[in-house]
Write a protein of this length. Structure first.
Length: 721
């Protein structure tokens, strides 16, 4: 079943309104609602005294309209009586002070008393609703949050992880600055008041904070799993942008990944929304477990607490929701149902206005609800298939928070820039962990793999040797797992694989960039190691250069420049300025049946798009909507553009194409994020499920409109692994 619904807070409204709310939800085609994740004080108004009758009534009213319920455990915001009684349960900030009561997410996830109270409310809820036919699942807490600078819990974690002070001193190299510890209580947390911390301590503290939430969640999951074994369990994550918890670890205990998508939050009053940023969020969340996900909070109106963000333009709510579905969502839940009259989020708007009126936004979602009723069964359970993967490394992300290397060296921004360069070519991308088996992919990108283990290095080498194409970027292989700089030439454990040595590096000031000049080898770069499985790569690589500009220029690099020596690698581009003018900037090294590319700088859009074209051509990855060679019947919906990246049609700005598969049936999503009408060349074959029809080989999409086309699809060898 495809789930389509809303986040609902019946405790905010008189009970006599609830039936009208349920009626309007059903009229909008909704079949699910999330309840209760901020209702602890209403369910347990005094310690140990539970009042669930109001929630029973709300669930029952929704069930009358055939609306199922996901219940949230309410531990993200404790009632006043709990926090007054347990002052030590407040989270400790980076300045060493405890937060005070008045907001949400103000608890310490390691506090024993808070955990005891959490277990009690979760157990009471689970026992109450274990057999309720309308309840289908649970969301644990809400948007796990800030780091807790709690020293005693950190020391306990270190003791369990490393066993002895001798191991800690060796791991962190505490002989530096005479910081060798002789008692556990001497170990600090990296407070702001302590200055710049030991990098090893700081990275382990980041890991501890992440593990604290993983462990706190696990306690609730175990209760729910035992009492409600038939219900699914999820947590609403915050997408790719959130960088304080290792999400790969957090989701291990969950049945389903869900996340909260706010393209226009109160922080974004821009007129345009970068659709690739939303797409990256969806792909990153899908990649956590490699299967369909939910959007548990999909923006429903202007966001805001004290400042009101821009109002979503007509068509955007529906477009954003369908984009999520195209990237793998099997559930869309809008936040929120009705805009709150009280509290901090008075201006975080819902589908209904403060006065409960259904207006333009409701009608837009009502339209989508009728569409989902017609096509939801075709979508639910379908899969995405990608031949390209990007490796997301939380250890590297944490370590670069500790030492950014350059004030503008932004891991997330670089990751997004590379992702955007790939997806502008209309290819599907999976976001995976460093431990993922990469055999199913043709092309793998590892942006700034700053902290590198021997296990990950071996995984990448296996991938390339077997015929894969790999791109490694600047500041990779710099640190080991203890956050110590490696005792070997950079890029460390990847130096031999990439066939390069970093002789030195240059951290560039703001506003300074270095031209990148192509070599003659760039034209032949795609053929440097032969195609996948050892076959000849074929011709046509020269057009890659033509597509990215003149053969002598390929954009520029900034922020950071690795000054390379080619140790067996072929040089594809060189720096065109600074004292290292003429030194390699982009190389490729043949290893086994595959090829390892190394990009030594933070590239601009021109450079990254040129590199993306080269990599895709070398890896024989077709644009989105193009079937594997010989796989689809002539004229099938899959054959949207001519085979071969070098001949691929440049789609109009703002057009995004994604696809899902039900067996051999393809669902092609063509989305127009632009504010103007766009035309896309498509074959006339296939059945249009949503949106305008394809006529005479053209699909005309009005602003913020989309089409979903069902047709024949084929699964490539690379996608099946």
């Amino acid at each position: 079943m495809f789930y389509f619904g809303v986040d609902y807070y019946p405790e905010h409204w008189p009970e006599q309104r609830w039936r009208e709310d349920a009626r309007l939800m059903a009229a909008a085609g909704m079949n699910v609602a999330r309840l209760a994740e901020f209702a602890w004080s209403r369910m347990e108004p005094r310690e140990g005294e539970f009042e669930f009758e109001w929630l029973d009534s709300a669930i029952g009213i929704l069930a009358e309209q055939e609306i199922r319920v996901v219940l949230g455990t309410p531990t993200a915001s404790a009632p006043p009586w709990l926090m007054t009684e347990h002052q030590d349960s407040f989270l400790t900030r980076a300045d060493g002070r405890r937060v005070t009561y008045g907001h949400r997410r103000n608890y310490s996830p390691t506090n024993a008393a808070y955990r005891e109270h959490s277990r009690r409310i979760v157990t009471a809820m689970a026992e109450r609703y274990r057999d309720h036919p309308a309840v289908i699942g649970w969301q644990v807490d809400n948007e796990f949050g800030d780091r807790d600078y709690q020293a005693e819990a950190f020391r306990t974690w270190l003791g369990e992880r490393f066993g002895s002070l001798e191991a800690i001193n060796e791991r962190w190299g505490t002989a530096f600055w005479s910081h060798e510890y002789t008692a556990w209580e001497q170990i600090p947390v990296p407070l702001d008041t302590g200055g710049k911390p030991n990098p090893g301590l700081a990275l382990d503290f980041c890991r501890f904070c992440s593990d604290s939430y993983v462990d706190y969640q696990r306690e609730q999951v175990e209760i729910l799993r035992e009492i409600c074994p038939e219900h699914f369990i999820t947590h609403n994550l915050m997408g790719f942008k959130y960088d304080l918890i290792d999400y790969f670890e957090l989701v291990r205990d969950l049945d389903l990944v869900s996340w909260d998508n706010y393209p226009r939050g109160f922080w974004n009053i821009e007129s345009d929304v970068d659709h690739s940023r939303m797409a990256l969020g969806h792909d990153a969340m899908r990649g956590l477990k490699g299967k369909p996900f939910w959007v548990m909070e999909q923006q429903a109106g202007p966001g805001g607490w004290d400042i009101v963000g821009a109002t979503p333009r007509p068509g955007e709510l529906r477009l954003w929701a369908y984009q999520a579905i195209g990237h793998g969502a099997d559930g869309i839940v809008f936040f929120r149902w009705r805009t709150a009259r009280h509290g901090t989020e008075q201006y975080w708007h819902g589908l209904l206005e403060h006065d409960g009126r259904p207006g333009r936004r409701y009608r837009e979602i009502q339209r989508m609800g009728s569409e989902i009723k017609a096509i939801g069964e075709r979508i639910a359970g379908s899969e995405t298939r990608a031949e390209v993967a990007m490796v997301l490394c939380y250890d590297s992300r944490f370590a670069l928070q500790v030492q950014p290397n350059n004030p503008r060296f932004d891991y997330a921004a670089q990751f997004h820039d590379l992702y955007r360069a790939l997806t502008r070519e209309q290819v599907a991308v999976d976001i995976v962990s460093p431990k993922t088996d990469l055999a199913r992919y043709r092309l793998v990108i590892v942006p700034s793999l700053y902290v590198l283990s021997a296990e990950t290095a071996a995984n990448l080498e296996r991938f390339v040797t077997a015929g894969g194409v790999l791109l490694v970027t600047a500041r990779s292989g710099v640190k080991d797992e203890t956050n110590a700089v490696v005792e070997r030439p950079l890029p460390g454990l990847l130096a031999e694989l990439c066939g390069v040595t970093v002789e030195e590096y240059d951290s560039l000031p703001a506003g300074v960039s270095v031209p990148i000049e192509l070599t003659g080898a760039f034209v032949a770069g795609v053929n440097v190691s032969g195609a996948r499985n050892g076959a000849d790569a074929g011709s046509g690589a020269g057009s890659v250069v033509a597509a990215s500009g003149a053969a002598s220029s390929a954009g520029s690099g900034s922020v950071w420049c690795d000054i390379l020596a080619a140790d067996g690698a072929k040089v594809l581009a060189r720096y065109g300025g600074q004292y290292y003018s003429g030194k390699p900037a982009l190389t490729v090294n043949r290893v086994g049946r595959g090829a390892a590319f190394y990009l030594g700088t933070v590239g601009d859009r021109v450079l990254l798009e040129g590199v993306a074209k080269l990599l895709l051509e070398r890896a024989e990855v077709e644009p989105m909507g193009v079937a594997a060679a010989g796989a689809a019947a002539e004229g099938a919906t899959a054959a949207i553009v001519p085979s071969g990246v070098q001949n691929a049609q440049r789609f109009p700005e703002g057009i995004e194409i994604v696809r899902r598969f039900q067996g051999d049936t393809q669902l092609l999503f063509v989305l127009n994020h632009a504010g103007e009408e766009r035309e896309v060349n498509l074959p006339d074959s296939g059945r249009t499920l949503v949106g305008p029809e394809v006529r005479d080989g053209r699909l005309t999409l009005p602003p913020k409109e989309l089409a979903i086309i069902e047709g024949d699809g084929a699964r490539s060898e690379a996608a099946t692994g």
